[in-house]
Ligand binder design. Structure first.
Ligand SMILES: [Mn+2]
Length: 332
């Protein structure tokens, strides 16, 4: 498993650990709307720190989708308000620009801050300790590297969390970010006896009945550019209401849009009050992190998977404009 540690400088890992050990209470958090990798990484690091920094209270905060309630550690997730007063705040799988307001305030007031992330677009400045490994397929892979570096053995409780994150960020080993080291880590995790099939199904496949209705509406209304190289799916507030669905029912739907024959770039645009949330996927050479950042400097992600939230007035007009941006980008 040595190559999962390779992107992490041991000195930085040690610097992070001594910060934690010198604190009474540390908060681990993801960005707003944390995904499977972020949640897995936070809960897994909590377990690792419980062993290497006993006596330090380590809390995980985040507003987490009920999709993740199958996790043994799900009840340990605390609301964002619990971040207040922490000595140290560590952001995992995202950056401090995208923290929920309550966590952002705690981050600003903290004595020290940390970052553990694998997003190429993340700015590592502004933290006491930054660990960024853009070569890692997942932040969970980085936490596995930390566990190994600190001599923490993999048990099934830790492995369940790490496996979920790896599966989430690789689309169950389908995406091009999957590497030999990803499979080696997965093998080590499965060897602990976790129910790996259940983790994949609960994380990526199983959906609520309302998701079926809203997906039918999104797929039925998706619009191709005239050349068929870009595809935009939309979810208005009306659509969500009619389907009695939530935004989380659309998790993974942009990946379906991306894999339609001939499509090079796909977007799923979800209306929020006065805002649009955009998820972008690229199948080819087009870097969607660059597109996301051009729409909002706080957006970003990976070259093939990125997103942003943009203020807007009229949803239909905004969708038309985005369609034109993507169509132009595929022509470059
Ligand atoms: Mn990730």
């Amino acid at each position: 498993m040595s190559d999962t540690v390779s992107g992490l400088a041991p000195a930085l890992a040690d610097a992070l650990l001594s910060r934690v050990r010198g604190s009474k209470r540390v908060v681990l958090t993801g960005p707003e709307g944390p995904d499977g990798d972020s949640i897995g990484a936070c809960l897994a690091l909590r377990r690792v720190l419980a062993i290497v920094a006993p006596g330090v209270q380590v809390d995980v905060v985040g507003a987490v989708s009920a999709r993740y309630r199958f996790l043994q550690d799900f009840p340990l997730m605390l609301p964002n308000s619990a971040a207040a007063g922490a000595e140290g705040v560590v952001v995992l799988d995202g950056d401090c620009k995208r923290l929920p307001a309550e966590v952002s305030a705690a981050f600003a007031a903290a004595r020290w801050t940390g970052l553990i992330d694998h997003h190429h677009s993340t700015d590592i400045a502004g933290y006491s300790v930054s660990l960024l490994d853009a070569k890692s397929e997942s932040t969970c892979g980085m936490v596995a590297g930390l566990a190994a570096a600190w001599g923490v053995p993999l048990g099934p409780e830790l492995a369940e969390l790490l496996y979920m994150g790896v599966v989430f960020d690789t689309g169950a080993f389908r995406y091009s970010n999957t590497k030999p080291s990803t499979h080696r880590l997965a093998a080590d995790l499965v060897e602990t006896g976790i129910d790996h099939s259940n983790i994949v199904l609960r994380t990526l496949v199983e959906r609520r009945p309302a998701a079926l209705r809203v997906m039918g509406m999104v797929f039925g209304g998706a619009r191709f550019a005239p050349d068929g190289r870009s595809l935009v799916g939309t979810v208005s507030l009306d659509t969500l209401r009619m389907a009695s669905a939530k935004e989380s029912d659309l998790d993974g739907v942009v990946d379906v849009l991306q894999h339609i024959e001939g499509v090079e770039v796909a977007a799923l645009v979800t209306e929020r009050k006065g805002m649009a949330k955009i998820s972008l996927r690229s199948r080819g050479a087009l870097n969607v992190a660059t597109i996301a950042q051009s729409l909002n400097p706080n957006g970003g992600g990976h070259a093939k998977a990125a997103g942003c939230v943009v203020p807007m007035d009229d949803f239909d007009t905004f969708v038309d404009q985005l369609g034109a941006v993507l169509e132009a980008a595929t022509r470059l």
